[in-house]
Design a protein around this ligand. Structure first.
Ligand code: HEC
Ligand code: HEC
Length: 181
């Protein structure tokens, strides 16, 4: 099996958008240039762009989703604008990306892991399937780690919500992206 060394930067969340190191919703970074122009003009009158992260679709899937979610006239785009938007959506939130878990509601945590506590939990919960070097090489925002950990739990890792959140906080702090500090 081939192991990807780094996670795609799917969800880049400013730490400020989180409360006590947790996020209950995805936070999508605003694109630049022509893509933002299209979104600004057509898409943000009614809601923001964060919910896009709940989906992982190809171009056709995005087109279908947008058509299905809106009434006629609500989100109609010119041909050119649609092409720009769908290209961006399919590359940023494409089928190979991991959608933000909609069903998972992170509990509030009041206690934080020390380094040995985090290590102990990972020795117990993670090493059945792969070594910790798989984890250690990755740098991610807390949001990104949450997506990975919920994914690992769906694959069979044994973690309570509380343990998952504490590990998210620890990973985001110690093996984070550091970009917002
Ligand atoms: C006139 C208001 C309006 C505009 C403009 C609009 N939307 Fe929406 N959008 C909505 C509403 C209302 C919903 C919720 C529909 C539902 O859940 O059935 C929605 C839902 C969505 C969803 C699903 C969100 C989720 O969490 O399930 C996506 C994705 C989306 N819109 C993208 C877009 C994009 C991309 C554009 C621009 C092309 C856009 N919207 C423009 C009103 C709007
Ligand atoms: C039941 C088996 C299993 C357990 C337990 C498990 N993982 Fe994984 N993990 C996988 C598999 C399979 C992959 C490869 C996923 C892929 O290639 O898409 C993976 C990949 C990863 C990656 C690489 C990035 C990614 O998203 O593909 C990270 C980071 C990771 N695991 C972290 C953890 C952590 C942290 C734990 C413990 C909380 C854990 N894993 C427990 C099966 C597991």
């Amino acid at each position: 099996m081939k192991w990807p060394l780094v996670l795609l930067p799917l969800l880049v969340a400013p730490l400020a958008a989180q409360i006590g190191g947790r996020a209950t919703r995805p936070k999508v970074q605003r694109p630049d240039g022509p893509v933002w122009e299209v979104i600004r003009k057509n898409c943000i009158a009614c809601h923001g762009i964060d919910d896009y992260a709940f989906f992982a679709l190809d171009r056709a899937g995005w087109q279908q989703l947008i058509a299905g979610k809106h009434k006629a006239g609500e989100a109609d785009l010119s041909e050119a604008d649609r092409a720009v938007l769908l290209d961006w959506l399919a590359s940023r939130f494409g089928p190979s990306t991991k959608p933000f878990p909609r069903t998972y509601i992170p509990p509030e945590i009041t206690a934080f892991f020390s380094d040995p506590e985090a290590k102990r939990l990972m020795d117990r919960a993670c090493t059945r399937c792969h070594g910790l070097e798989r984890v250690q090489g990755v740098r991610n925002s807390a949001d990104g780690w949450r997506v990975t950990l919920v994914d690992m739990r769906e694959r069979g890792a044994t973690l309570s919500d509380e343990e998952l959140e504490r590990l998210v906080e620890w990973l985001g702090r110690v093996w984070g992206t550091n970009q917002d500090k």
